[in-house]
Design a protein around this ligand. Structure first.
Ligand code: SF4
Length: 100
């Protein structure tokens, strides 16, 4: 799916579930800073996973991220976990670029 197709699909998607998101205001926890080290990523994602664990939007969030090939941590799932589950990133880099 081309990036423009993904973008147009997202515009047409019902995203009202985001209003109930437990991660509101915690963006830094769900998206990595530049040049994040693996150990720091593990710690950040563990904390994000805890937040997702009690979020009422968890299932819809995970489905949304999978469908829209999102980057970052969504619905209790990291980019690597989504990628391994068959929901590929549009432009994978690093290790994920070598997984077919
Ligand atoms: S499941 Fe996690 S990432 Fe998704 S809305 Fe809830 S807290 Fe945010």
């Amino acid at each position: 799916m081309a990036a423009v197709d993904t973008f147009m699909q997202r515009i047409a998607t019902d995203d009202r579930w985001m209003n109930d998101a437990s991660c509101r205001g915690l963006t830094d926890l769900f998206f990595p800073p530049p040049a994040e080290r693996p150990q720091a990523r593990e710690r950040r994602e563990a904390t994000a996973r805890d937040v997702c664990g009690s979020c009422p939007s968890n299932e819809r969030c995970r489905d949304f991220a999978r469908t829209h090939h999102e980057y970052g941590f969504w619905g209790g799932e990291s980019e690597d976990e989504r990628h391994a589950a068959g929901y590929r990133l549009i432009a994978p880099i690093g290790v994920r670029a070598n997984i077919s």
